[in-house]
Write a protein that binds this ligand. Sequence first.
Ligand code: HEM
Length: 349
Amino acid sequence: MLTATPAARNSIETQPASVVFEWLWLLPFAAALYYPWALLWSNQAHVAGAGSLVTVGWMLTAYAVPLTAFVCVYVTGAQPLISGRLVLARRLACLAVAVPPAFTLLGVLLYLMKIYGHDIAVWSGLWLALTGYFTMHSSTRPIINFPTSNNAYRRLRVAHGISSLAIMLVFLAPHLFNHLLGVFGADVHRTVMDVLRVVYRNAILEPIIILAFFFQLLSGLVLIRPKTISRADLLDALQTASGAYLTLFIASHINSVFTLARYFGTETDYRWAVGDPVGLVADAWSIRLLPHYSLAVFFLIAHLACGMRVVMRNHHVRPAVYGASTWTAIIIGGLVTAVITAGMLGARV
Ligand code: HEM
């Protein structure tokens, strides 16, 4: 995404912020420990026939984990005085936004290592270790007088934006459109996917698409550093948090599609994605794919919308116009997410 920020917005007063905000990352880290339990209890409620209200209720508490982390990203970024510890707190909150793809990635890696049934134990151990590490080392603060306006950064931002547009046009827009068709059934999805595969599984194009994704991932990791040292409004926070989510999602999703599925010769069609015939919610492992996929769709569209907002702002488009366009795109993202998620849960037109 293009994330150029006018120099004025990058000026930072390096004075101590409130201690409460500097330790705010502990909240989403605690929520991350709870995340797999929310999924487990939602699955158990469904299997035990406890009623959809209970199942949905537990599931909503799983979604509350990245939401809590996002609120912390926003709050830490909105403080008037920015300290090194506050920057660290914001970055750790960004990491916690990516809990859904991180838990999926962990599950796939443990599965590949033939370690079954210990996901929650390993997950808890990792988050506790991270919590211990950052509690002890929070005084090792990130450098915040970062050269955010140099040409290398500007060029990288432009390249990140152009590459995202290319990926969107060549692969992601058709990919998500295909998932929208899931509400018409797996066969319709399959028919369209067979056509799309001719393009994205092409021997020349496929490695280029994957390389472009890795470029997005790595350039995003570089660009997130200056983004997290300046004050941020709600949409800036959404751009940073969604970028963090997508970084882990892309790594996790590409690993699932290529390592897990293609290595074992699994057909990666809609039935595979939605855990047919058991279904996502009824399966204790696959239930994690529900927040993982649905938030990926929403954050992808929101991330693009926030990137377009920065481009419009830098090209002197009126604030009322770029504000309205950005929120319209985010609302469309919410609708697309709702339809894709409904299809994945078995809703059919
Ligand atoms: C509801 C959300 C999504 C679902 C259910 C989903 C599912 C799938 C499936 C089933 C495949 C295998 C396709 C095939 O075998 O031809 C695939 C491939 C892929 N997906 Fe997704 N996807 C989702 C969203 C995303 C998003 C948001 C991204 C990127 C940000 C993404 C990136 C990719 C990539 C890079 C591939 C590999 C394409 C290739 O074979 O070259 N997907 N996805």
